[in-house]
Structure formats: structure tokens, C-alpha cells
Design a protein around this ligand. Structure first.
Ligand code: M6R
Length: 617
């Protein structure tokens, strides 16, 4: 949830840290702070609120030129978002050590009691501060900072990425990770640490993903990695395939606006090299599993949270229809704690943009303990989910910075379609002609998404026009149902208004009582040519709610003129396969929420109370 950056090298350290924090601010924006060591002196600045407050603080009280430092942007867990609770936290009576932390130290209360009994003064209400005091105390006793750091890491329970600088060791940043992300950036005469590669991608593309329970000793000209027990660890580097400009707004008013517009490219990049011109899906990513093993799968459980779980819902429709494998979709946090039935023939598919969502990581670890194979759909190279899964289908959406997920969702859905078609081929579940036709349809999606975007003003205008709406309801059937829920989530998340997505057929079982005069309802209308004949049923649902006063906005397939008679507004999207329509239908909903939030004057990219990457359970 918090963003972490560290630097050792010749550059202006404060600029490197602030630049890194700017790219990581999506991870949390309750407060921000930095610590540097210059001329053997530790200096910190920290401020509640967004990064800009810290920048003002540094402008008023400049920091000295330094070549080593750490920076933090916070999503508050323990302690309110105040200046005092902002990181870095100082350790020891002489306050020579500064520490930043992402995660939760679960046994902080008992550690704090121990320190209080010894007379330690605490300056904050955080769980984090105990670690700073413990390391400072251990260093005073042993004179060995690395050993002191390791001994404390071994005492902490929970989830943490921790970075430390000490003014008596002004050439080294120490870092550790357990259950929270940490990546090293390798430079020439300089090195970096970050919660993800966005922290340093403008400086270097050579990266190393730090493993579980590992400690990093970072100096300007060397990087060493050790286990918590002190054993040296060999590491392999990877090349970051994002460029720095991908993580900037590039002239758009918000990251969300840019990321909505990025979708044709994100989908094309996700398809690239995986779907041949004749429509055959060649998913090398899952080669770890032989055709024989794929045939033995008797169930797929998809685990994910939030928007990613709606991508899972859409994937379920595709996998069941095309590959004929039973699929259940579970919110990761519910799956993990309900004693689910998982066997060696269960394939668990985890979907996560960040690859760091703690609920999803706990779910896959549990599934692995039960003997399941785990595949991941993930957007972030070097993420924990990617490291820990048996196979990864990377979405190539590029960095998604806005808290509200857009291009990650549509890329995840497309990855789910490709997986479904690859499974269908391995299991002989469809005729080759039908399978290849779907593969070719997939290749059309980037162009169809561009077409939707070319007409996006209509959805945006409707969003603006509903700026004063108290509530918006969304209805859909089949893949339109998870898309309805996604439309509602987008509105709750960035516009702070009541919104709910329903299966249209469920309405008459209760929710229709919510409909009163003037209630806006957005309805995802299936294709009139759909083989399952859902179209007339949804049209009937529209009539039922209109009869009770609803004002209907329909998302319908181009040419579906029947709907026009029953809706106040119709947004047409290009014709495609009925399951693939999910990708097109969701885009007007994204634009609607973006425009409505903007019209209310809200911060679209950094909505209140949220963080992009949810690394606590
Ligand atoms: O990084 P992940 O895909 O695992 O994140 C899962 C959810 O936290 C995320 O999709 C969240 O619901 C979005 N902010 C919704 O826009």
C-alpha cells in the first residue's frame, strides 16, 4: 500500500527520491517523507497529505546535497495520517537511524511493550516505529548494522518491506522484504530500491526482484542479497519493458483518462505473439503444463479481488463455454479462509494487475499447500505473484497508475480469452473452425476498442449530465453482469456515489423495489444475434424498470435499433462475439465514471481512502 524508494549514488538524491515517490504515489497518498545522510548527518522531512505537501516543506526547509537516502509515501494503517505518523521514523535516543516501512508488523504491540519497559520514547502511533528503535538498539550493542538489521527482521511478524539508513554508516541502505514488494534497480555507479520498477525506471531498466525473507545491502557500486539467516543469495536481473513515459500523463488531464485511451494498444500488446493470423492461440506462457495435465484438470478456481475478480467472472464464461471446464470465481480473501476443496487436478488461476495484492497472494499460497497448480494473469514484471506461480500470462498493459483499474481489466479479460482458447484446443473441446474464428475475432478487438473510443464523448457527456445523481444502477446478463458490477465499482470508487450492479434477471427477486421516478439505470444489452437469445429478455427487463420510472441508458450492439425505443440514450458499440463484447461494453462505463467524477471536481486518480496496490490483508 505504501510506496518505498531508496537511492545510493552521485545524483541529487532528493530529486531521485521525490521523482520515485511521484511515480509511486498511486500506492498511497496519506503522507510522504524522505531521509538523507549528508556530511555524516541524518536529515528528514515529512508531511501529512499528498506528495506536493512534502515538496513544499522541502522548498521551505531545503535538504542538504546528499548521495544516499530513502523516501516513503503512506497509506495509513496504524495511526492517523498526520505529520507525526508519516515515515521515516527515527530510531534510538540519538535518532541517528531512519526507517521506512510498507506493510503491517503484526507483533508490534508486544515489541513496543518491551521497548517501553526499557524507557524508549515513541514519537508516533505507528506499528513501524518499533522496528526503528529495535534496530538502533541492536546496532548500539553490536556495532554491526547488517547483523543488527537481520536480527530484528527475524523478530518481526506480518508483512514488511523495510528500508533503513544510519548516519554512522553513510554509504549503505539496508532493505528487507517479507510479504511486501521490493525491487532493486541496478545502475552504473548508483543503485536503487523501489516498491516497483516505476520508482526508478527513468534511471535504469536493469532490475532484480527481491525474494521472500531476503535482505539487501545496497551501496553505490555494489549490491548484495542475503537470506534472513545471513546466507548469501544469488540473484538474476531482468530488463524492465516499461519506459518512463508510459508512467506519465503524456498531456492527458488524468492518468485514468490516459489509461482508458491506452486500451487498444494494451490489448494489442497483450495479444502480440500469442494469436496467429489464422486465429490459433499459442500460449507459450503455460507450457509448464503438458496437454496431458491440461486434460486432467477437473476444475478451475479463479481467485482475485475487486476489478480483477470481474475479469475472472468474464473468464469463467469463456472457459466454461469454449473449453468446457467447470470454473468458480472466488474473492481471494473469502477463498483462503473457508476450507475450500482443492485437489491436484484443480487449477487455480490468480488474476492481479499489481501481482502484490496480499489477499490473492495468501490464496495462492494456500492453494499450493493443498497441491494445486497455480497460473497467474499479472501485469507487473517481477511481482510476487509472478514469482510464486507455476506459470504467468503477463498482460502487457504497461504501468497503470490511476487507482481505478481500466486498461488492466480489459487486458486481463483478453488474457482470459486466450487461456480459454488454449485450453479448448488442448482438450479438443471445440471444432477447429470455431476456435480459429474466435481467435481471429480476438485480433479485431484493438480496432473495435478504438472505434468505441472514437465515440466516447457520448458516454462522457452522459457522465457529466449525471453529476448530481444520488445513485446509479447497472444491469447486465451473462458477461454483461460482471461488467455491470464493474461499472458500479468505478462509480463508487472515483465518484463516491451509491452504485450497484445486478444480474438483470435477478431484479424481479428484490432489487426492482429500488426503482423510483428518475432513477438512472445503465443496462448492458446483449447482441440481438446471440445464440442464447438473451436479448429479448433484457429488453423486457428494460420495459419493467421503465414502467416504474427508471431512466435508461443502454449499451447495445451497433444496429440494434429495437433498444432505441425503450431507452433515453443508447451507446452503440461494434459487433463482436457475445463473450468478447464484455471488453467493448465496459469502456463507456469507464468514461461515464471518469466524466461524472471530474464534473464533481474530485481527484480522479487518487480517490479518498484507497490505494492502488492493497498489500495488507
Ligand atoms: O492489483 P490487483 O489487480 O490485484 O488489484 C485488485 C483490486 O484491488 C483492484 O482491481 C481494485 O478493485 C481497483 N482499484 C478497482 O478499480
Amino acid at each position: 500500500m505504501c510506496g518505498i524508494v531508496g537511492y545510493v549514488g552521485p545524483k541529487a538524491t532528493v530529486d531521485v527520491l521525490i521523482g520515485g515517490l511521484r511515480r509511486l504515489e498511486y500506492r498511497g497518498y496519506d503522507s510522504a517523507g524522505v531521509a538523507v545522510v549528508a556530511d555524516g548527518q541524518l536529515e528528514t522531512r515529512k508531511k501529512a497529505g499528498k506528495l506536493v505537501n512534502l515538496e513544499h516543506e522541502i522548498a521551505e526547509h531545503p535538504l542538504p546535497k546528499a548521495h544516499i537516502g530513502i523516501g516513503h509515501t503512506r497509506w495509513a494503517t496504524h495511526g492517523a495520517p498526520t505529520d507525526g505518523n508519516a515515515h521515516p521514523h527515527l530510531g534510538g535516543p540519538a535518532q541517528k537511524l531512519a526507517l521506512i516501512h510498507n506493510g503491517i508488523i503484526e507483533n508490534f504491540a508486544e515489541l513496543k511493550a518491551e521497548l517501553l519497559a526499557e524507557g524508549t520514547n515513541f514519537a508516533s502511533e505507528t506499528d513501524t516505529e518499533v522496528a526503528a528503535h529495535l534496530i538502533a538498539r541492536a546496532f548500539e550493542q553490536s556495532g554491526d548494522l547488517k547483523a543488527a538489521f537481520a536480527s530484528v527482521m527475524n523478530r518481526l511478524h506480518g508483512a514488511f518491506t523495510i528500508l533503513v539508513v544510519h548516519q554512522d554508516q553513510p554509504d549503505v541502505v539496508l532493505a528487507a522484504r517479507r510479504n511486501a514488494p521490493l525491487v532493486i534497480g541496478l545502475g552504473d555507479g548508483e543503485n536503487f530500491l523501489g516498491s516497483d520498477v516505476a520508482a526508478f525506471v527513468e534511471h535504469t531498466k536493469r532490475a532484480v526482484s527481491v525474494g521472500q525473507d531476503e535482505i539487501v545491502v545496497l551501496k553505490a557500486d555494489s549490491v548484495e542479497v542475503f537470506g534472513f539467516d545471513g546466507t548469501p543469495v544469488n540473484f538474476t536481473e531482468f530488463e524492465v519493458n516499461w519506459d518512463a513515459s508510459a508512467a506519465s500523463k503524456g498531456g492527458w488531464p488524468s492518468f485514468m483518462a490516459k489509461e482508458i485511451a491506452d486500451q487498444p494498444q494494451a490489448i494489442a500488446d497483450t495479444l502480440m505473439g500469442r494469436v496467429r493470423a489464422d486465429g490459433r492461440v499459442v500460449l507459450d506462457d503455460i507450457q509448464q503444463m503438458s496437454t496431458e495435465q491440461i486434460r486432467e484438470i477437473d476444475r478451475i478456481i479463479i481467485v482475485a479481488c475487486g476489478t480483477a475478480s470481474y475479469a475472472g467472472d468474464v473468464a469463467k464464461y469463456a472457459i466454461e463455454k469454449w473449453a468446457r471446464i467447470p470454473v468458480q470465481v472466488e474473492l481471494s480473501h473469502e477463498f483462503r479462509y473457508r476450507n475450500p476443496i482443492v485437489t491436484q487436478n484443480t487449477l487455480v488461476l490468480a488474476i492481479s494487475q499489481s501481482g502484490e495484492t496480499m489477499d490473492t497472494l495468501m490464496a495462492i499460497r494456500y492453494a499450493q499447500e493443498l497441491g494445486a497448480k497455480v497460473f497467474a494473469i499479472c501485469n507487473t514484471q517481477g511481482a510476487t505473484l509472478a514469482r510464486e506461480s507455476d506459470a504467468v500470462i503477463y498482460t502487457h498493459a504497461g504501468p497503470e497508475v490511476a487507482v481505478a483499474s481500466t486498461k488492466a481489466l480489459t487486458s486481463q479479460i483478453v488474457a482470459g480469452y486466450m487461456l480459454a482458447l488454449a485450453l479448448a484446443e488442448a482438450r479438443g473441446a471445440m471444432t477447429e473452425d470455431a476456435r480459429l474464428a474466435l481467435g481471429r475475432e480476438l485480433l479485431q478487438l484493438p480496432a473495435s476498442v478504438s472505434e468505441v473510443l472514437a465515440n466516447i464523448d457520448q458516454a462522457s457527456a452522459l457522465g457529466t449530465a449525471h453529476a448530481n445523481a444520488k445513485s446509479v444502477l447497472f444491469l447486465g446478463r451473462n458477461v454483461g453482469y460482471p461488467i455491470a458490477m464493474e461499472g458500479a465499482l468505478k462509480l463508487k470508487e472515483i465518484a463516491y456515489i451509491h452504485a450497484e450492479g445486478f444480474a438483470a434477471g435477478e431484479l424481479k427477486h428484490g432489487p426492482i423495489a429500488l426503482i423510483e421516478e428518475g432513477q438512472p439505470v445503465i443496462v448492458i444489452v446483449p447482441s440481438p444475434n446471440d445464440v442464447d437469445s438473451l436479448h429479448p429478455k433484457v429488453v423486457s427487463n428494460i420495459q419493467e424498470i421503465r414502467a416504474r420510472g427508471a431512466k435508461v441508458i443502454a449499451i447495445a450492439e451497433a444496429g440494434d435499433e429495437t433498444v432505441s425505443q425503450y431507452a433515453e440514450s443508447v451507446i452503440f458499440v461494434p459487433k463482436t462475439d457475445s463473450i468478447m463484447a464484455a471488453v467493448l461494453d465496459v469502456i463507456p462505463l469507464q468514461a461515464f465514471a471518469l466524466a461524472l467524477s471530474t464534473a464533481k471536481g474530485l481527484d480522479v486518480d487518487q480517490p479518498r481512502n484507497l490505494a492502488k496496490s492493497v498489500t495488507v490483508e
